[in-house]
Ligand binder design. Sequence first.
Ligand code: AYL
Length: 545
Amino acid sequence: TATVSDSKCLSSPWGEIQIGKETLTDHVFGEVESWADKPSVTCGSSGRSYDYGMMRMMVERCANALVGHLKMKPGEKIGLILPNIPEFVVLIHGAMKAGLVVTFANPLYTAVEIQRQFNDCGVKAIATIEMFMPVAQEVSKSLKDYKGTIWVGGEDDKAKGIHGLRSLLMADHKADLPTLNCDDVCLIPYSSGTTGMPKGVMLTHKNLVCNLKQVKCPEMMKDGVVKGKDEVVLTVPPFFHIYGFNGILNYNLSLGYHIVTMPKFTPDDYIKCLVEHEPTTLFVVPSLLAFLATHPLVKKSHLQSIKIIMVGAAPTTDAMMEKFLLKCEKTKDDIRLLQGYGMTESSPVTLLTPFDYPYGKVGSVGQLVPSTQAKIVSLTDGEMLGSHKSGELWLKGPQVMKGYWNNEAATKETVDSDGWLHTGDVAYYDEDYYFYIVDRTKELIKVKGNQVSPTEVENVILERPEVADVAVVGIPDPLAGELPKAFVVLKSNHKLTEKEVYDTVAQKLTKYKHLEGGVVFMDAIPRNAAGKIMRNELKVLGGKS
Ligand code: AYL
């Protein structure tokens, strides 16, 4: 039964996890002996696959090569520019085992975007595949104390500082691997948080391991978390985002499940994977659930093996879930539709639908995971609110980040001195302590589960000399969730077309940040007395025009 711990805040009804001292890699591969011969990750496009024993050996060798051959030192940063391929595991866990700090970027980012991120946190080595080598090479020129690039699927090119992954692993380098501390930062993903440009989120081994333990709570997740079971997990959300990396990849690896993934989503490839691998579990974002529920190519016969679908990273609707069940001709008892809610800043999961959630709570993002506390705080007077009242959601737990990299001011604004993470999301909870996300007060725009920082897009538009002022907001879209839309004020006697504004963004930023919501010119951006953009007013305007 759910409990309110005291008058001050809500505690998880699922109790506490035991916080240990394990590193992330030790946790993920801790029980690998029990399933060493089973497949770990299979590339759904090429069929390339490694069993668990092989994967662990490659991780070990990669760690040794990074220290012994590339001369990387503990605490130094490595930047991954990789799609979802099995070797992602080798590089990220190899790096972590070597004591390095990983940051990952969307390979479809422009060089401008990756350069900003990699220079911000001081990346010294890169890992990528052939397709993204030109971007990686361009980025590497801007890095200080650059030590080389690892090329998955390619050969050595000593003159250019390029190391083929295969030759690194074959050489079986031996090195003294450092002793690691669970409080060390091992991952710096980027998130814009409640305001401003994307910032590095410092996550420690302990943050990430705790979150895995929290979501594997046997009382809460029952049949969903049986170690070593023959589960086949088909997944598309990117491993270079915290949901894909910890919530999907590490979670399923630590349970010994077979992960099938693809470097690039196409409807045909995805359906081919459904047919060939007969997955028992799907990890999706709402737009992918919409694809399954509504795309004419997806047939009932493709969906018969599925028992669990985990939806996360953005809001989904009851209607879409119903549509999906209708298509499969199944009920909620046949297929568990589970939802997760969280943030990069919380490793990421804080709320999760328990395996046996009661009927009528489908639209809920679930309950607090173990060892997690919450408050709903009034937007008007800062008071703590009771059930069925919407306010800002504050969260606390061992999965909350250490802070933003090199940005104490933003850290202080986001995690208060009592350790509460101010999410910038508006939520309420019901009489059974199930939570519902109803709105967002922060600026963040979510396009198909991807973060778009309005500030980042605004800054690009402001680089045009014709522009006097600009504001970018998200407008609702049935498929993508939201789309970025720009409101632009031109300097007097200056001209610019909508297309020119659109193209300005398209040249600098990756596809999902483009102004698909449109461009509108106006006389003045509505701002409050403090000069802050009144984004809600623009959203109302934006939805209409
Ligand atoms: P970030 N419903 C509504 N909004 C959501 C949800 C959800 N289920 N999940 C995330 N968001 C929004 O850092 C919300 O505004 O992390 C939140 O503050 O890219 C923001 O997205 C955070 O964006 C999972 C699977 C958590 C995924 C995640 C989310 C990771 C996204 C638990 O099981």
